[in-house]
Structure formats: structure tokens, C-alpha cells
Design a protein around this ligand. Structure first.
Ligand code: GLN
Length: 278
């Protein structure tokens, strides 16, 4: 007969994670978990808790075990089909919200390329409900997670299945955007990071370009101008050591006012620029 408190204290994971797993199993709030610490947990729930702890001990990310991760203050559903949203990406959100406004009321056309869980697109649509936000991904499984997040969070986002711009490439006309954002797979194929921690459980196609990490930036800066309105902006998240290469790619492709923003850890994390008048 094991109490909630005993199970939490003897779980072989971080105390905070043990409490989160217990909340997940019992459905209790943080506060009732404490006040009910001496309750005996029904055997089925105790077993479920032990099984979740065992998965965590094997290294599986918390976000996949409980199926959720908070991003920019909102809960996002995540599955192993999508990259787990990271605080680094909130830097991109902050920047777009604060500096790409063109007057708060203007209904901007925004595209998120490689949306994954929809963290970027859904957050922008929630924060700026009058913007028209579109999002694409090569993975149908990811798109269904993203669509669920949009629905749950009451965001209007138009989703499209596409390998970058390819779904539009065959058409004579296609939309143009005021802002295009992307957090593309940017880890180099041989980076040891891919074999470490949570990353081992995440979709490889969301993490690496199977090349030097810069492949997608170099091709997207070439194609994106066709999909930007005159004066439109392209903003990327990138690795902490990729800022200069990404800025050079943007400048080579004719972007002006090319700029980099640091994340909360002080790393150069987000770069972008404006396309010249066309
Ligand atoms: N930030 C992620 C990591 O380093 C990579 C995300 C990406 O490739 N877009 O694990």
C-alpha cells in the first residue's frame, strides 16, 4: 500500500518530474498533490506511475511522456512526430511580435515553414488574431498535431502539406507574405548533439538537414523572395554558431537590414532581413 508521497520520493527521477508524472497519472493539481500526499494510490495508478518513471529513466523526454509542453505560456500537445518546442524559439516569437508589426491593426500575411507542433504559427495567431497565419510541413503526422493545437488554443491557422514551397511551385499564382518565419532542421548530420539527451527521441527530419546544418537556409533564402511582398521579411531560428553564415546567405540573396537577435542565454539565435522593393 503505497502513498502518493512515498511513490514520489522513491522515484528515480528529478523531484519536479516525479511530481509532474504523478499529476499526470492522478489528474490532481500541484496543490492537491501535496494535500493528498498521504493518500494511498490505487494499485492501477501506482503501476502506471512506475511505468512512466521507468520510461523517463530510459531517457524519454518528459514532454513525450505527458504529451505536452508549454510554449510562450500556452500548453502544446506534442507527440514523437514533432520536435518539442523550446524556449529558444520564443526569441523568434518576441522579435516578430515586437518588431515586425507595421502598425498593430494591419492584417499581416504570415507563413511558418516547417511548423512541426505548430508552436510558432499557433502562438502568432493567438497573439495577433487579426493576422492571417499559414503554416506548412512536409510531415502529415506533424500537421495533424499542429491542427489539433490550433483547435485547442482557438487559433485560426491555414495548414498545408508541402516540402517547403514545392506545393506552390507548379502553380502559376501563389500567395505572397509580409513575414515568413522558419525554425528549419539545422543540426549538422554528424553533430554528436543528435545522440544526446531528449534529442535522441525527436524526429531526425526535424533536427538535421543531413548535411552541414546550413543547407535549408541557403536554399530558402533563394526561393523565399518570390513568396514575399515588397518590403517583406524573412526570419530564421538557427544554431548558436550559425548566425554569421545565415546572415551572409540572406545578404547574398539580396536581403537588406540583415540582423541577428540573441536568445535569453545570450546566444545568437535568430537572424533575418527585409527583401528589397521588387
Ligand atoms: N534547437 C534544436 C536543438 O538543438 C534544433 C532545432 C532545429 O534543428 N530546428 O536540439
Amino acid at each position: 500500500m503505497l502513498t502518493i508521497q512515498h511513490l514520489i520520493q522513491h522515484a528515480n527521477v528529478e523531484p519536479l518530474e516525479a511530481r509532474m508524472l504523478m499529476q499526470y497519472v492522478t489528474g490532481y493539481s500541484r496543490a492537491s498533490l501535496i494535500s493528498r500526499g498521504h493518500d494511498v494510490l490505487p494499485a492501477s495508478q501506482a503501476q502506471q506511475f512506475t511505468a512512466l518513471v521507468a520510461r523517463r529513466v530510459q531517457g524519454e523526454p518528459m514532454a513525450y511522456i505527458i504529451g505536452q509542453r508549454e510554449f510562450y505560456g500556452r500548453p502544446f500537445k506534442v507527440t514523437p512526430d514533432v520536435l518539442i518546442p523550446r524556449p529558444d524559439t520564443e526569441t523568434l516569437i518576441e522579435h516578430v511580435l515586437q518588431h515586425c508589426g507595421w502598425g498593430a491593426e494591419h492584417a499581416l500575411n504570415v507563413l511558418d515553414m516547417g511548423t512541426g507542433s505548430g508552436a510558432i504559427a499557433v502562438t502568432l495567431a493567438c497573439e495577433r488574431p487579426h493576422w492571417r497565419v499559414s503554416a506548412l510541413d512536409i510531415s502529415n503526422a506533424a500537421l495533424s498535431v499542429a491542427a489539433e493545437n490550433a483547435e485547442q488554443l482557438g487559433a485560426q491557422v491555414t495548414f498545408m502539406h508541402s516540402d517547403w514551397f514545392s506545393a506552390w511551385a507548379a502553380h502559376e499564382t501563389h500567395p505572397t507574405f509580409d513575414i515568413i518565419v522558419s525554425n528549419p532542421p539545422y543540426v549538422a548530420a554528424l553533430d554528436v548533439h543528435l545522440q544526446q539527451g531528449d534529442v535522441r527521441f525527436e524526429p531526425r527530419m526535424a533536427l538535421t538537414d543531413e548535411a552541414d546544418g546550413l543547407r535549408h537556409y541557403k536554399s530558402l533564402v533563394q526561393t523565399a523572395p518570390d513568396y514575399l511582398k515588397a518590403g517583406g521579411q524573412l526570419w530564421f531560428e538557427h544554431g548558436y554558431d550559425q548566425a554569421q553564415a545565415v546572415r551572409e546567405a540572406l545578404m547574398d540573396a539580396g536581403f537588406i537590414d540583415v540582423n541577428t537577435i540573441r536568445d535569453l542565454a545570450g546566444h545568437e539565435r535568430v537572424s533575418g532581413g527585409t527583401i528589397r522593393n521588387k
